[in-house]
Design a protein around this ligand. Structure first.
Ligand SMILES: [Fe+2]
Ligand SMILES: [Fe+2]
Length: 237
């Protein structure tokens, strides 16, 4: 019987000496395919848009949140990478997509040659981004949670005919503008929504997004800030 050679386990972290950049991850055809197929699966089960638009936005907002909060540049870039990959688990199943996506991202980033300690931070963020079963376990996770929960917008609704029947579609469709305002001096992170009251209202927003708000508050607190919500210029929280 032949025995398989065992790969030596090194104490030194694996990965290439050159950091894996956001551009490299973003432009890689495998990443693009995973993002596309995750969104295609969600389209089949009637979910709002979770594709390139959503993940690129989450990537940018997560980067901006940490930058504004004065975090190190590489940490900001890792948050952008985590934002880009955070929803790929939906390509497998909506349930537990955060955790599935984290293990998928681990494989991808390992193959790209990212350092172990960086991979670990990114996958912790991805595995914790969902409001029902996630926590801000590190600054990158906190940034991705805040960014992900801030993407409520009309453009996410795939079929506007459904807004009468589906509260998620209706609330998303009502939002004409959403902006996550980070005031680093006041240590205040505010989600500012412009919502068409003829379509939906703040009450419906609270009805479906209460857990998201609580997750955002926890994430802001982790970064040393408080979280607020304003709708049509009125501060509600
Ligand atoms: Fe998600
Ligand atoms: Fe998401």
């Amino acid at each position: 019987m032949t025995t398989q050679p065992v790969r030596p386990v090194s104490d030194a972290p694996s990965g290439s000496a050159t950091p894996i950049t956001l551009e490299f991850v973003r432009d890689h055809p495998r990443v693009k395919a995973y993002i596309r197929m995750a969104d295609a699966a969600l389209e089949q089960i009637g979910y709002t848009e979770h594709g390139e638009r959503h993940v690129s936005l989450v990537s940018r907002i997560a980067f901006n949140v940490l930058t504004r909060m004065g975090r190190p540049a590489r940490e900001c870039e890792l948050a952008a990478i985590a934002g880009l990959l955070h929803d790929i688990g939906n390509a497998v199943n909506r349930d537990h997509h955060a955790q599935t996506g984290a293990t998928m991202a681990m494989q991808i980033l390992n193959e790209f040659g990212m350092q172990d300690m960086e991979v670990l931070q990114v996958i912790a963020a991805i595995g914790n981004h969902h409001e029902n079963d996630g926590d801000p376990v590190n600054p990158i996770a906190a940034a991705v949670i805040l960014a992900d929960k801030s993407d409520v917008h009309r453009t996410r609704v795939r079929n506007p005919d459904m807004i009468k029947f589906d509260i998620h579609d209706r609330v998303n469709y009502a939002v004409e503008k959403s902006f996550l305002n980070v005031d680093e001096k006041a240590k205040q992170i505010t989600l500012e929504l412009t919502l068409d009251p003829k379509i939906s209202n703040a009450m419906e927003y609270f009805e479906i997004f209460m857990t998201r708000m609580l997750a955002s508050r926890k994430a802001a607190k982790f970064l040393g800030a408080s979280f607020g919500l304003s709708v049509n210029g009125n501060r509600l929280v």
